[in-house]
Ligand binder design. Structure first.
Ligand code: ADP
Ligand code: ZN
Length: 721
């Protein structure tokens, strides 16, 4: 018996299958998709079995050393999906399989994760011995319980327990216990509104693979998902629910737990490696019907998959930034096609591509137009504050009307959410004498001032330096902080609103495990009257007592040099506005802006997605951007600045020669030209039909795979440029 093994080597030139002999004692354990340990040169490494055969073209094959798994994680379905990823993204095949798996199941000689075994005690039925008081205490604990874990008997010495076992009163076993415990909460069913019911019926009836559930904020999309999942379960089919990482709040999880207690697995980055490993074991063993998780949960090894739901489908987080640069939405659709499952994309602000496909009937378009929560919950009214006029009498970054509204809301015992999409204290530190701005020495971007720690930090590479008022260039004591971040806004709130109590939620306050959840429950319990944060506060949160939402600066994402900046601005404003007035009380929203005429801001104020869609589509057509054109971005980088440019020009030449129906832009320095001392150039390709595009890209990738000093990185359908 011979097996073809794909090994854990990242070098692109070794990204292929190697043959090994199977020693007779391992033959029974061999299955496609399992991990094996194999000799490779002088090392031992790990790989996946992809082929089983009885002949090889290679002589003197080495033998595999061990089989690492019993259960197959890389099922046929996932093996197929990996090949698809490899073909679409041009990333190495091994990286495409590795990305599907949690650390404990990756092919890797280090980082092994093991199941956790515990001593578990069982009470035998006939106890007819006289017991000591201590022994009786142990026995009493078994009332209403079949078994007790050693950890729960901490107060009893090993001697007591051992005697009970010796006297045949207790039996002890070593058992695997999962590391993650779930609340077994009772089920609570909501009666769906007429609109929700129609949506469910419509989605169940369609013969299209993808349904787009376009529902305004608070329209009850989650209830629609839950109802769909239970309808599929009734047919014996399982579901995956994808959510953006930051929407994986206790609020959302609780709603699913209430309905599917015990049958749910959770996959997200806050889990420990051990917890994730256990969740995978539950999935593979068929103990789970529903998997909820971030992007990579699209690869969850569920069998009998019927439904993949992608909530907040406009979110950037579905696209992976590094290789393989896959988009979980495309993978979900591919997986659904392979298994005849259905995909539901849900959003109040679908991406233009998605809504366009809905209108063109490529997707089944389903709309929820009304809020579901209660009779009174209507969409909040939004007011624009023109900061060009207000700035003169404003206090810090707060206009007087916003301060007034915050005070009124607090006085009524209601709560406020404030958004500023920039963390830190201020974004730019400039010398008022010579005009020098303080930049990262490794990257071509300005450092951000963090007041609490009094340091300047690079948000790209993490470089940090102590803040000093002396300018490094002209040596005057005239460095000043300009711009503003959440940390500074927090300070201003306390300065201008005495009755305020603030909880801040941004990357800086949520980096510790569980911090995010703590903040949300603390705010939900009313421990503060203002929740201030970056875009984290805009997504998925459901606090009935929040009646005011304020946006400090609606323009921050508008200025980004990216063709999606208007779309992102509209979506962010719409989402954050949607946090107001979700319960019985009516909500109000205030956007402070210097661009009150801008269409993204105007239509966000009117909560008019359709008008925004039409306006933005005109611009995309004119500018030849998606959904009218496809885009590929080629990023050429090197530590040698000259070499990066020379190679970028070479790539341009190849494209000019072979891609006759493609628009080629660049090469130009990337938006961040220098990152960690590496220089980046960018070429952008735009096309509608170019049959040989993939073929030419593959040739370029293969060429640069063998060159060490220059790197070519491709991104098909990039999320940002
Ligand atoms: P979305 O995800 O569309 O923003 P949610 O699913 O979070 O909306 O629902 C908004 C609020 O309305 C939640 O508090 C939810 O509990 C409530 N809700 C949704 N559907 C119903 C229903 N059919 N009956 C009563 N309340 C509902
Ligand atoms: Zn840096």
């Amino acid at each position: 018996m011979i097996v073809g093994v794909l090994v854990e080597i990242t070098s692109k030139s070794l990204d292929r299958i190697f043959d090994y002999k199977v020693p007779s004692n391992l033959k029974d354990k061999i299955k496609i998709g399992l991990r094996v340990e194999v000799p490779f040169g002088s090392r031992t490494i790990v790989g996946f079995i992809l082929e089983i055969k009885n002949k090889s073209d290679v002589n003197n094959l080495k033998e595999i050393k061990a089989v690492l798994d019993e259960e197959v994680i890389l099922t046929d379905e996932l093996l197929e999906l990996g090949k698809y990823l490899h073909k679409e993204t041009l990333a190495s095949l091994i990286s495409c399989y590795q990305v599907m798996l949690p650390k404990g199941y990756k092919a890797s000689i280090k980082n092994k994760v093991n199941p956790k075994y515990h001593k578990v005690y069982y009470l035998n039925t006939n106890v007819n011995k006289t017991l000591t008081t201590k022994q009786q205490e142990v026995i009493d604990l078994f009332k209403g319980k079949e078994k007790i874990v050693r950890e729960e008997l901490k107060e009893f010495s090993p001697a007591i327990l051992n005697t009970l076992v010796k006297n045949n009163i207790l039996t002890v076993k070593e058992e695997e216990l999962y590391r993650l415990a779930y609340d077994q909460v009772t089920k609570k069913e909501k009666v769906l509104t007429e609109e929700q019911k129609k949506a469910v019926t419509n989605i169940l009836a369609t013969d299209k693979t993808v349904s787009l559930l376009y529902g305004v904020t608070g329209s009850g999309k989650t209830e629609v998902y839950i109802d769909l999942i239970s309808k599929y379960l009734a047919k014996g089919l399982k579901s995956i629910v994808l959510v953006p990482e930051i929407s994986l709040t206790p609020q959302l999880i609780k709603r699913f737990e209430e309905r599917f207690a015990g049958r749910l697995a959770l996959l997200h980055s806050a889990l420990s490696d051990g917890e994730k490993y256990d969740e995978y074991r539950r999935i593979v063993r068929g103990e789970v019907d529903i998997v909820i998780g971030a992007r990579s949960a699209v690869f969850a090894p569920l069998t009998n998959l019927g439904l993949i739901i992608i909530d907040e489908c406009h979110s950037d987080s579905y696209k992976q930034d590094n290789n393989p640069k896959y988009n979980a939405k495309e993978v979900a659709i591919k997986r659904a096609e392979l298994t005849k499952a259905k995909v539901v994309l849900g959003s109040a602000t679908p991406m233009l591509e998605e809504y366009a496909r809905g209108l063109k009937k490529v997707y089944n378009l389903v709309a929820l137009t009304k809020r579901a929560g209660s009779h009174n919950s209507t969409l909040p009214t939004v007011e624009l504050i023109d900061m060009n006029k207000e700035i003169k009498r404003s206090k810090g970054h707060f206009s007087l009307p916003l301060i007034e509204e915050i005070k009124k809301t607090i006085a009524k015992g209601e709560q406020v959410i404030l958004l500023l999409n920039r963390r830190g204290y201020s974004s730019i530190v400039t010398c008022s004498n010579c005009g020098e701005t303080i930049k990262c020495p490794n990257c071509d971007i300005t450092l951000t001032y963090h007041k609490a720690s009094n340091i300047l930090r690079c948000h790209y590479c993490g470089y940090a330096t102590k803040y000093q008022v002396t300018c490094p260039k002209c040596h005057q004591d005239s460095l000043k902080d300009l711009g503003v971040g959440t940390e500074k806004i927090e300070e201003e709130i306390y300065q201008y609103i005495k009755e305020a109590t603030v909880i801040r939620m941004d990357v800086d306050t949520t980096s510790r495990k569980g911090a995010h959840q703590k903040i949300i429950s603390s705010f939900a319990q009313g421990n503060a009257n203002i929740l201030l944060g970056t875009q984290m506060v805009a997504k998925g949160l459901d606090f009935p007592n929040v009646t005011l939402v304020g946006v400090i600066n609606a323009d921050t994402s508008l200025m980004l040099p990216d063709f999606r900046s208007s779309e992102k601005t509209f979506a962010l404003l719409n989402q954050v506005a949607g946090r107001a007035g979700r319960g019985e009380k009516k909500g109000r929203v205030i956007f402070q802006t210097f661009n009150s005429d801008n269409y993204a801001i105007k239509f966000a104020k009117e909560n008019n997605y359709l008008a925004f869609y039409q306006e933005e589509m005109k611009i995309r057509k004119l500018m030849k951007y998606p959904p009218y054109y496809y885009i590929v971005s080629l990023n050429i980088s090197s530590k040698d600045k000259n070499m990066a440019l020379i190679e970028a020009k070479k790539c341009e030449k190849v494209c000019l020669k072979y891609l006759d129906k493609t628009i080629i832009l660049g090469p130009s320095p990337a938006a961040i030209f220098k990152k960690q001392n590496v220089y980046y150039y960018q070429l952008i390709l735009k096309y509608q039909h170019q049959d040989n595009l993939h073929e030419i890209m593959e040739k370029l990738v293969n060429y640069y795979a063998s060159i060490t000093k220059v790197n070519l990185d491709l991104d098909f359908n990039p999320i940002h440029l």
